[in-house]
Design a protein around this ligand. Structure first.
Ligand code: HEC
Length: 450
């Protein structure tokens, strides 16, 4: 049964030593803040940076991430991982009791399998020699050949329009964990009784902000995402750890409020770190699970998909197509071995993320109304999809694909007095749930689909 890890460090952990935060000392990566240069190509330096993050995350964890073991919050005898409070309050998507997973975006079959008939956007045709080389390394090459398409889609390929999972899609359930540097900021923001600590910031001219922010250098947040899809539907989920989750019961009408312990499988591992070399201070990266790889442990079957450190606010759709500069703040691994899935215009997004978004677009919009105020229909910008998202030069796109640095106020004056969450959407959820509790004394009721 899940237990919240909330003994947040109460003293400043100081500078993270290079031997611990190895990625911060990696001299071979650089994070551009300038438009007009060439987009970095995926290479062994990026793979190494992602490998350093993964080594820190997996340290001391079960090699197969067994359901019974779950996530260990201690590494050795030292507390390594901490959770965000207030994320169990919402009865619909709030934490379930087995592993503390919360309900996230529902994915479609095409999110997993791509569109096999067309080469993914930005995909260069590989030479025959490159293909042989990559295959020798155990990596499948893209674009998909008919044989690979069969392999990804199983012996009985699912037609992409009529899928077996009905119109409801596949639920995603996930949990996030903060290392001691991130947890120090959380502990400075939430009192032990669950009330927030707010810094009035009288000297900056910017309104009140959570007292523990910004997250200090050394912060690493990992998030593991599980799907209800099975290897029969998505063959590269083969061998993925099967976890129990108290998730929604499904009927023809959709997902009910009622929950039941059912199986979910690991599909994606997200990570975010504060690295002061990044112009936004943040670096986001993601791994995709690929059961077709030979690796013996689950950790060896996680393939880095890319790294992002900004939203390229000088590129479409934040600008017009005519003014758009090439993307320079994402680097994408274009031969990951599973169908590709990037975000808006070659920015980074993960396998079960919205293709019209990007990691940092969604996260740069982590703002809340003043502390103690619940979410209303009008007091927050929309982050989960709006008309014209990524496709038109709508003003919403210019607001959305921003580079945010704490404590920057929200760019659109339509939403005054928002608090900046320093990209943490979990902190945003926590403040919104606290606001709901504070104003209504009860969570929003869950209602079943009509
Ligand atoms: C469309 C919105 C959206 C996109 C795109 C998105 N996320 Fe998130 N992410 C969320 C939400 C909402 C949460 C908080 C809810 C939760 O964790 O249960 C979250 C939480 C996280 C967390 C936990 C810490 C935090 O900031 O709250 C990490 C780490 C993370 N995401 C990384 C990523 C990475 C890496 C990508 C891209 C590969 C990504 N996210 C793309 C919406 C998004």
């Amino acid at each position: 049964m899940f237990q919240l890890s909330h003994d947040y460090p109460q003293t400043d952990p100081g500078v993270c030593p290079n031997a611990v935060c190895t990625w911060l000392a990696n001299p071979n990566v650089s994070f551009s803040g300038e438009p007009g240069i060439k987009q970095a190509e995926w290479n062994s330096d990026w793979a190494e940076y992602m490998g350093q993050l993964l080594a820190y995350i997996r340290e001391g964890q079960d090699l197969q991430l067994d359901n019974k073991v779950g996530w260990k919050v201690n590494v050795g005898n030292t507390p390594r991982w901490f959770h965000m409070p207030w994320m169990a309050y919402d009865p619909k998507s709030g934490r379930e009791f087995v592993h503390g997973l919360t309900n996230e975006r529902t994915a479609e079959i095409s999110d997993f399998l791509g569109e096999p008939s067309t080469a993914p956007r930005g995909q260069k045709k590989l030479s025959r020699t490159d293909m042989i080389k990559l295959e020798a390394l155990g990596q499948k090459t893209l674009p998909l050949t008919p044989k690979m398409t069969r392999e990804f889609m199983g012996q009985n390929p699912l037609p992409l329009t009529a899928t077996t999972q009905t119109s409801k899609g596949f639920e995603t359930w996930a949990f996030g964990v903060y290392n001691p540097w991130g947890a120090y900021a959380i502990g400075q923001t939430w009192n032990p009784d669950g009330t927030p600590r707010i810094n009035a910031n009288p000297n900056t001219g910017i309104g009140p902000q959570p007292a523990g922010l910004p997250f200090p250098s050394g912060t690493l947040v990992a998030k593991l995402l599980f799907t209800t899809a099975t290897p029969a539907e998505v063959p590269y989920l083969e061998g993925s750890p099967v976890w129990q989750a108290d998730r929604h019961v499904e009927t023809e009408k959709g997902f009910l409020c009622q929950r039941q312990v059912q199986e979910v499988r690991l599909v994606q591992l997200d990570v975010a770190v504060v690295d002061s070399r990044s112009p936004t201070r943040w670096v986001y990266g993601t791994f995709a699970y690929n059961g077709k790889l030979k690796g013996e442990t689950v950790w060896d079957r996680l393939v880095p998909v890319g790294v992002q450190w900004g939203n390229d606010p000088w590129s479409s759709p934040a600008t017009s197509k005519a003014d758009s500069q090439p993307i320079v703040q994402s680097v994408l691994n274009k031969s990951i071995g599973t169908p590709q899935h990037f975000g808006c215009n070659n920015r980074l997004a993960g396998p079960v993320d919205n293709k019209l978004s990007s990691c940092i677009a969604c996260h740069a919009n982590a703002y809340t109304p003043p502390s103690g105020v619940a979410q209303s229909k009008t007091n927050l910008p929309i982050i989960f999809g709006f008309a014209g998202q990524c496709t038109t030069q709508a003003p919403e796109n210019a607001d959305y694909f921003i580079n945010n640095q704490f404590p920057m106020p929200y760019s659109n004056a339509q939403y005054p007095n928002l608090m900046n969450m320093d990209t943490s959407l979990q902190l945003m959820v926590a403040f919104l749930q606290f606001g709901q509790f504070n104003q209504a004394g009860a969570p929003l009721a869950c209602s079943n689909p009509e």
